[in-house]
Ligand binder design. Structure first.
Ligand SMILES: C[S@@+](CC[C@H](N)C(=O)[O-])C[C@H]1O[C@@H](n2cnc3c(N)ncnc32)[C@H](O)[C@@H]1O
Length: 228
């Protein structure tokens, strides 16, 4: 484990965030990370209530998978120990300074959600927001999220999903290639409900709703939790 001494809080520990020497510069990824907060600021006021219902409900030891630039950090008010996983090095550069100014101990890890370096039953809460659309393997990530949860713990999610109606699905299909390119890998057409329902949960709470952009385009979203 590498400890960085340049941050204000000694409580921030960083694992697997080191850049390997042969890593290439990827312009699209760099742009996405640089612009993420700015682009998000357009929709963020509408996203905040959903962050509060997910990040804001996480208690105890919390693992966030795909933390991005750290937009959920300020809502993790009920957590007492926070671990953030973020595999994208450009996002990591945004996340590190923010985590270092946070008022609670934060651990940053560079692992993907598909292979988490934790034992079974490690966390009270696990969180993904707007992440399952981007991962390589949704089922692996949801299974990993569930595996590392303690019995009685909750995996909170807030994600966008495939449309139910034919017209919505058609629109998503048309937009998907451009969207994927512009967002460096976000898929509009994922059936995440299926993956979540496949988990061996003891309790499921799931709401579907249409996220309105204020123009005549709505994005189907899901929010909820599974309890182990
Ligand atoms: C759209 S951003 C969302 C960031 C943040 N969760 C939020 O709500 O603002 C998706 C994030 O998932 C990360 N990601 C992509 N693939 C991943 C994977 N396999 N495991 C974990 N995170 C991943 C991306 O690097 C990116 O930071």
């Amino acid at each position: 484990m590498k400890q960085y001494g340049i941050y204000r809080l000694e409580d921030v520990t960083i694992k697997n965030f080191e850049k390997s020497p042969d890593e290439k510069f990827i312009l699209s990824k760099w742009l996405f990370a640089e612009w993420y907060d700015f682009l998000n600021s357009v929709v963020e006021p509408k996203v905040i209530p959903h962050r509060k219902l997910t990040a804001g409900m996480c208690t105890g030891s919390v693992l966030e998978i795909g933390a991005g630039t750290g937009a959920n950090l300020e809502y993790l008010t009920r957590a007492n120990k926070i671990t953030l996983s973020e595999p994208d090095k450009y996002m990591q550069r945004k996340l590190e300074p923010l985590a270092s100014t946070y008022s609670k101990p934060v651990e940053l890890i560079g692992n993907t959600g598909e292979s988490l370096p934790f034992r079974d039953n490690s966390f009270d809460s696990v969180l993904t927001t707007l992440v399952l659309c981007m991962v390589q393997d949704v089922d692996k990530v949801t299974k990993e999220a569930f595996r590392v949860l303690k019995p009685g713990g909750r995996y909170y999610f807030y994600e966008h999903v495939v449309a139910e109606k034919f017209t919505g699905r058609l629109l998503q299909k048309i937009l998907d290639p451009v969207w994927k390119w512009g967002t460096t890998g976000c898929h509009l057409q994922r059936d995440l409900i299926k993956s979540i329902k496949n988990l061996p949960y003891s309790k499921l709470c799931l709401s579907k709703f249409q996220f309105s952009l204020g123009i005549p385009i709505v994005i189907p979203n899901i929010i909820g939790y599974v309890e182990k």
